[in-house]
Design a protein around this ligand. Structure first.
Ligand SMILES: Nc1ncnc2c1ncn2[C@@H]1O[C@H](COP(=O)(O)OP(=O)(O)O)[C@@H](O)[C@H]1O
Ligand SMILES: [Mg+2]
Length: 155
């Protein structure tokens, strides 16, 4: 199977709200089976972007989207199921197996904070987002996604 052409976009945001708005655009363009891998240091804005992606996917805004650092996985219901994982505390491949991240019980969109901890083989085909903290409220957000996702999101 050949992978679709991927393309890169770099967006600068200057507030939490702008990052949520960017996530919302991306979320609107996602379909079941898409996996989004988020990387960037603590406080970069991975959970904030996830809030926007969930909004775009129609997750009820009354359901708070928080970093599942201790639970490791939170599942939400939007127009399709949304799985939100945080690998910050995951150590090694064995533990990744045990948390059942890719169990097929949920068929929807998967969003993974600290997704750069995954093995490279696992990440082929994923949408990747790298967030760089530029200081104060400025963030550089680098998105690599299939061209059709970027076009549909309008980013
Ligand atoms: N442009 C921005 N985008 C995202 N978050 C921002 C921005 N500017 C400031 N912030 C703040 O940075 C923090 C990001 O936290 P969070 O999304 O939990 O990061 P992470 O999940 O990467 O650890 C929040 O307190 C948010 O208000
Ligand atoms: Mg987080």
């Amino acid at each position: 199977m050949s992978s679709p052409p991927f393309t890169q976009r770099t967006v600068k945001t200057c507030s939490e709200e702008e990052t949520i708005a960017l996530g919302e655009k991306l979320g609107c363009a996602l379909v079941a089976g898409d996996v989004v891998s988020l990387s960037g240091g603590l406080g970069a804005g991975k959970t904030t972007l996830t809030k926007g992606i969930c909004k775009g996917l129609g997750v009820d805004e009354k359901r708070p989207v928080r970093s599942p650092t201790f639970a490791m996985i939170n599942d939400y219901q939007g127009k399709i199921p949304v799985r939100h994982a945080d690998l910050y505390r995951v150590e090694g491949e064995d533990e990744l197996e045990t948390i059942g991240l890719f169990d097929s019980a949920i068929i929807g969109v998967t969003i993974i904070e600290w997704g750069d901890k995954l093995d490279r083989d696992d990440t082929s085909g994923m949408i990747t987002v790298k967030i760089n903290d530029l200081g104060d409220s400025a963030r550089e957000i680098i998105i690599v996604a299939p061209r059709k996702v970027i076009d549909k999101a309008g980013i």
